[in-house]
Design a protein around this ligand. Sequence first.
Ligand SMILES: Nc1ncnc2c1ncn2[C@@H]1O[C@H](COP(=O)(O)OP(=O)(O)OP(=O)(O)O)[C@@H](O)[C@H]1O
Ligand SMILES: [Mg+2]
Length: 507
Amino acid sequence: MLLLSLFFYFQLFFFAGLALALINFSIVFPFLMRLLGKGCRLIRKGLSKSNSSLTEPAKENPFVFRFETTDDKWVSVQNPFRGTLVVGGAGSGKTETYANAIIRQAVDKNYCGIVYDFKYPALTNELQAAIEAAKINTVKKNEVKFFTINFEDLKNSNRVNPLHPRYIKSISHAEEYATAIVNNLIPESIQRTDFWVRSSIALLQAAIWYFREERSENCDLPHIVRFLQSDPKEFLELMRQHPICQNLISSILTAYDRKADNQLAGTIGTLQLALNKICAPEISYVLSGNDFDLNLNNPEAPAFLALGNTPGLMDTFSPVLSLITTVALKMMNEEGKQHSLVLLDEAPTLYIPKLETLPATGRSRKIAVVFMCQDISQINDKYGNTKKETIISNLANQFYGRVSNLQTAEYISKLVGRKDVRMENFGISSTTSHSYGRRNSGTASTNESLSHGYNWQERPVLKPQAIFGFKQGQFASLIAEREDHLSPVFVANYKRIPPFKKQSTVL
Ligand SMILES: Nc1ncnc2c1ncn2[C@@H]1O[C@H](COP(=O)(O)OP(=O)(O)OP(=O)(O)O)[C@@H](O)[C@H]1O
Ligand SMILES: [Mg+2]
């Protein structure tokens, strides 16, 4: 009996304990889970906080360009093929913050392409040194070769003939090349395409096509210029024999047949005068050979070309450099090519026809366009307002340094955007009360009270005046395709990339 009652009490305690444990667990478990969830969220929050708004994720792609900030963070242009614009006044740090960094990384990442070096030899040296260093560090199957063109330091220049028949695949190529030459020789012709300009371009186009068809062994700019500098009777009669050329210059031939000397002098004289500018012997020398192919992003023979200009002689050299760039871009902008870079420092010192469409068309062909200039107004002056808008909107990654033009500063300020600011305000309010007695006598008393409150107002994140005071290397940055948690628009101080020490100039 005793045993039976002991067993009964044991069972009672056991089940009661079990029930209690179950009840406790059902209360404690969700509480534990909530605690755990909260902990995880806190950890995640902590991690994302340490990942400040500038720091990129570790994800690396083979084409990315990265720039280090002075607080040791990295800003990455994840998709350079969406184009990059760098704007900053003289001395704002464009070259030593971006150009040098991009050139070194492009060489490391096996890019090929063009670097336009307005202040030869700074970027040419940079590119050459980077390629030399890459050769020492790695042995690549199709290593990128280095070539350079400049007209001042001829022993350090290669030679290239941009009007070789292999680059003139169709009559429209001839037109584009003629446009590049005329627009650079006569800058006012870029935005004023009147009858005279169209006739000058058509005459040069016809001459280019005539040489391609009839004198292919001498099809180069110096020979074509000499041909057009000769007696108009002679070259018009010769081109008349060729049906396509005859078609192109039909209006000039009509004027010639009608002996309309004024019209002839207007077209031929204007072109001849302009072509005088590029009759320099150093230009003839550089354009007289073919040391390399302008098909620079050919995967079988990739090459980097540094094109050197001289600020003091840019009127003479820019038309030829623009022609070389135009031809190279035509060859590069094709399917199935190696990824390439087109870096144009002080880009508005060249006029390149259809440049405004290059970032959009080159994106799928892996051409990374880097357009650098001192001010947006320079793009406006060279390309006109409509093309300027297209150029800017087609360059999705943008960096703006110190500028001194109010319009540009306002543009940058608008781009960076506005924020809501909590404003504190104080005010004095007064109320007057009147009390009237029996016989129209009354008294007035005024109460003054101090009011204090807050309201929200929209203000620019970056005032235009602040942009005037940017330090060297400080840039408002707009980056396309960033991770969601990173701000696409911000201001950062970037580290300077000092130029390579030049070792030798041997080609
Ligand atoms: N990120 C930087 N931080 C600090 N100093 C810099 C930075 N970048 C460049 N500098 C310094 O600023 C000066 C001008 O630099 P840089 O030549 O790159 O300017 P720039 O904008 O290319 O000028 P320009 O339009 O005349 O070519 C140089 O003395 C350079 O050392
Ligand atoms: Mg510079």
